[in-house]
Ligand binder design. Sequence first.
Ligand code: KDG
Ligand code: MG
Length: 402
Amino acid sequence: MKITRASVNITSPGRNFVTLKIETGEGIYGLGDSTLNGRELAVASYLSDHVIPCIIGRDPFETEDIWQYLYRGAYWRRGPVTMAAIGAVDLALWDIKGKALNTPVYNLLGGKCREGVLAYAHANGKDIDHALEDVARHREMGYKAIRVQSGIPGLATTYGIARSGEKYEPAERGLPSECEWATEPYLRHVPKLFARVRQVFGEELHLLHDCHHRLTPIEAGRLGKELEPFHLFWLEDPAPAELQQGFKVIREHTTTPIAVGEVFNSIWDAHDLIRNQWIDYIRMTPSHAGGLTQLKKVADFGALYHVRTGCHGATDMSPVCMAAALHFDTAIHNFGIQERVPHSEETDAVFPHHYTFKDGLMLAGEAPGLGVDLDEALAAKYPYQRAYLPINRKLDGTLTDW
Ligand code: KDG
Ligand code: MG
């Protein structure tokens, strides 16, 4: 079998997605997600101008050699643009392999390790009462695990809070909007939020919270310690992780489990975090982490150190990435949890898929390959629209992590 053609599709059914389609002489094709929120066109060019010409004529079954060719062969290694492009190629090749062998991708990664994949939802509200209402709504939908975020008194904007009546979507059309941030009110507020959530919903529900890289390690240690009575499933991205050693400080101050890695794109980003047991969950996801070929290695490395997985699954991971994550979650032993933020109806129509959600669990489905398609005629009705993630400033105007 040979790769005969490959093309990049950019569509915006409510938000932007970049999808790679790799075709073979046998008529089998595979899809890969390479969406990089706010930097979509850079990956599209990387694929069209630099990657596609190199893979025409290759055997699509050679996933490991093609991965090494694109990673080592570029000389310029790693980085979100490069790795999202390699990730898309890798996912499309696994999709082709599954279709050619007439089996779901999870069977190629080790076979079923579980019947269903535990998924967590996002609940949020402009204040604690509204957040509690949203937790109740998600519990009614069957979720056993819920991430809870709430507005912070005194701050006009906070990460993860939807405008009233709308679904939360961080990227906004046009140029970057500006948010504001103050650490002290946040640190005072979050323990109050989780005290109320536990008081109202009891001990059974798994609770998660995302700090979105906004704290220093010692501030994160304080928050983790104050959240200990509420037994979180995880505290996510407590601090930026370029300094992996910073997580040693967090670890030394709290037993709250720590999750990190949605912005990582290489196994090396997580190397010290994992081998020193400074984290409990690794959040890398197939599209951004160079595909299933690298993510499987990350999971196997994590398994040696009691680190479990928690793939990033916000709306900027297209249904192609979500499907790949679910096949991975089904097949690896040290799976932890899967993030689920449902896509819009328009997006689901552009990407018909076989994965499902029921009673708090997701199922990858039994279709050969990844089990996702791209309706190119429908996608063409939603042209690319420039969109950016917001930037964040402290109250005195200093630019800070968003
Ligand atoms: O593109 C950025 C989003 O994917 C991110 O803000 C979502 O932190 C996020 C999460 O945990 O889903
Ligand atoms: Mg996050």
